[in-house]
Design a protein around this ligand. Structure first.
Ligand code: COA
Length: 321
């Protein structure tokens, strides 16, 4: 058995923050941000939490798939910005949807979270454990963004994307892979949290993210083509057969560099980074949702999905739409 995407949904907060808006907060400008990243604007939450964005994206995906929440066996939510340590946001989404028959949990694989969730679902489906799953990538990274750090605050946006996966005999996910390298963890992290301490009466405080941009850039430009090539070779599929490469939307220049390394035309690499920024684990389903809305996808199309992020983590999924 294999996992097929039966419906996609996405949701972003209403408030749009442009590069010019950011230039009023930190020393930056539209020209720098756009030329270095391809980002023009992003959506930022003004109160909605990760679970709220996730629930709305999930509702839209369920409606597109014509699946009742009670039919769900499994809900996996990938996020690096959960609303609380526990309960998991996945459990909150389960409650909000009334998905009473689903087991639910969060996963932490940063921007590769949606790809990791697909891998996990495929494993469960292949083993015959579950038949209907909801996977969600949702972030309100704005709450862990240091708005005085111009090297990171211009990059990220809030949003959520979701997909309903159904077990089927053929088509859907053809193959998948994922990887992790914890030795490079410090390249992109959010570890400056102050933990609470009973003896010193220290109050726990949330930390902010920090990043070595060039290290992450180099890593992504190497890992994306590498994982794509692995899946193509293993499945004896030529690049010509791939209709679109749906890559994590971190930076337009990373996507362009990956296209060059794969020797594929940039037209096969759709992008939505200009209007959403880097929405981390939400970026791949957000992009799939845009492609669906623009009628770019037809049954049988072969797509290569690829994500990478903090950890460092990376992964790819080859699928038939
Ligand atoms: N506006 C204006 N200037 C900025 C700036 C901003 N928002 N952010 C940094 N700068 C400055 C730096 O201070 C530096 O100035 P200096 O030369 O006087 O020291 C200069 O711009 C160059 O900075 P640098 O960090 O070398 O730029 P870069 O070309 O590497 O681009 C990134 C920075 C972050 C855009 C790029 O490294 C990148 O995209 N990395 C990958 C990040 C990523 O995708 N992360 C998420 C992975 S999931």
């Amino acid at each position: 058995m294999t996992a097929r995407i039966a419906g996609i949904g996405a949701y972003v907060p209403e408030r749009i923050v442009t590069n010019d808006d950011l230039a009023k907060v930190v020393e930056t400008n539209n020209e720098w941000i756009f030329s270095r990243t391809g980002i023009r604007e992003r959506h930022i939450s003004t109160g909605e939490g990760t679970k709220d964005l996730a629930t709305e994206a999930a509702r839209r995906a369920l409606s597109a798939a014509e699946v009742d929440p009670k039919e769900l066996d499994l809900i996996i939510l990938g996020t690096s910005s959960p609303d609380c340590n526990f309960p998991s946001d996945a459990c909150s989404v389960q409650a909000a949807l009334g998905a009473v028959n689903a087991v639910a949990f969060d996963i932490s694989a940063a921007c590769a979270g949606f790809i990791f969730a697909m891998n996990i679902v495929q494993g469960f489906f292949m083993a015959g454990v579950y038949r209907t799953a909801l996977i969600i990538g949702a972030e309100t990274l704005s709450k862990v963004t240091d708005w005085s750090d111009r090297s990171t605050c211009v990059l990220f946006g809030d949003g959520a994307g979701a997909a309903v996966l159904k077990s089927c005999e053929s088509g859907g996910i053809v193959d998948m892979m994922m990887g992790a390298d914890g030795t490079k963890g410090s390249a992109l992290s959010c570890t400056s949290r102050t933990f609470g301490n009973f003896l010193t009466k220290t109050v726990p405080k949330m930390g902010f993210m920090s990043m070595d941009g060039q290290e992450v850039f180099r890593f992504a430009v190497r890992k994306v083509p590498e994982s794509v090539e692995i899946l193509l070779k293993k499945n004896r599929i030529s690049k010509q057969e791939i209709k679109y490469y749906v890559l994590h939307q971190a930076n337009e220049r990373i996507i362009e560099a990956a296209a060059r390394r794969l020797n594929e035309p940039i037209e096969k690499f759709p992008m939505s980074i200009a209007k959403y920024g880097n929405t981390s684990t939400a970026s791949i389903p957000l992009l799939l949702n845009e492609m669906q809305k623009q009628r770019m996808l037809s049954a049988g199309d072969k797509l290569m999905l690829s994500g990478f992020g903090a950890g460092m983590t990376w992964g790819a999924v080859l699928l038939e739409w």
